[in-house]
Write a protein of this length. Sequence first.
Length: 428
Amino acid sequence: MKKIFNLLFMSLAVALYSSCTSEEEDLFDQSSAARIEAAIKADKEILTGAANGWLMEYYPSSSQQYGGYTILVSFAEDGNATVASDALDADQTATSTYSLKQSAGVILSFDTYNEVMHFFSDPKNPAGIGTNGKGMEGDFEFNIMEASKEKVVMVGRKTQSRIVMTPLADGVVWKDFLTKIQDADEIYSSFVAFKYVEGSFEASATVSYRNITITYDEGDASKTINAPYIITEEGNLKFYEPITLNGKTIDELKYLPDDKYGTFVPIGEVNGVFTPKYPLTYQLLNGDWYFAMSGLGDPNALARWDVIKTQIIPQLAPLNYVLFTPYDDKFIVFYWDCGGAIGYLLFDTVTAGDYQVSLSFAYSGNSVGVKFWNDYYWNYMVYPFNDKTFALSADNEENPTVITMTDKSNPQNAIKLYKEEILDPFNN
């Protein structure tokens, strides 16, 4: 009996072994090298199969803080890729090599320098976007996650940003396609802030590059949404991923021009409106605003300016003009022309909302500015606004010609600034 049992067990073991061996042969009928080669070949056939190239929705930076850009790319069988982008001239193209290789999936790499493709990853920061030594921190190598004739989905190897490519229709002229996007961007880039209204729900929004930061109140808490976007051929703003406002999902905005600034409305069933606005803080820090002695309200400020007018300027040359003018995102410049000698001093700026700004001397300027500060009592000139916080008002908020800065700690210290050029400020 025991012998019969052993024979049956051996027969069963052989049968199970044969069965398992057959399954393994069915599942792995190709070597790993052959499977990799087949995957690369299939992806290359898809990439080279788009006769007029691909439209790539490209987002540099792992946080997508700069928003998205359109890249057009055509892949040739010989391993060359031709690339254009809305970030550069519409008729500019660059050709370099690309490769497909295996590393936990198929990787598309633009492996020789391409002036267009590597524009977004160049640490020399050619666009002045991002920080020196890093630039926009974009990708030029991508993991292919999904590939078909209709769509290729990739992930940037460095940023992990999602990159989507769709085939460009035959007959579309690359230059014309990119020009449409750039024309829309020229309009949209002038918008710095928005007000969003949907029924009784309201939110405010600011814009930095192609990224909208939306803030709103929910109960006692303040909520913030970052919404990076790309500009489509139709001139729409298409978000990197859908956003939710007032419980409604929005993935794309359509621009509706009018005789003023126009508005942006969600595509779909959401009855909300984004209306552009221009905060006074922005207008002050991004325009030229002239001083006149008659525009000073504080007697102490007037007394100090009078010392410069009566005791210092006669030793030098007439003060032709003096103004605030932009320097960069952090500083504003107190700028003047004294008998042809151009001087300036830098001031730190801190804004709070649309109507408040704080100014403080950064102890920096050009050589003329430093000399006037050290030798000609120029601390008297900046006395009215140095190390102070101001509430802003204007004669017309949408298109101001006069902005009034009122010192929050001393309302008598109200300074009027003028959009129109003021010459000879001590006598105006």
